[in-house]
Design a protein around this ligand. Sequence first.
Ligand SMILES: [Zn+2]
Length: 89
Amino acid sequence: MKCPHCSTSISPFSPAIMGPSKPGGARECKQCNNKFSITADKKIAVIAAVATAVVGFFVLRPIPTVGPALWGFATVLVTFLAAARLKKA
Ligand SMILES: [Zn+2]
């Protein structure tokens, strides 16, 4: 994901994305200290969720014990990574 202000690449697993947001939902770019918020592209979210859920149903869910949890986790993660967009706040 890219910062909407300075185009620095921000890891989806960095504290700026995964950490708690500031009051009002704003987050801060570590590079330029400008605020941004995370929005989701709903159309892409639906496509990604359905695609991952279907693939995961056959690939991940049959894994003993951890399969269903892994399936759910993968669906949420892929949907988030595919649909999340950073917006100036
Ligand atoms: Zn920035």
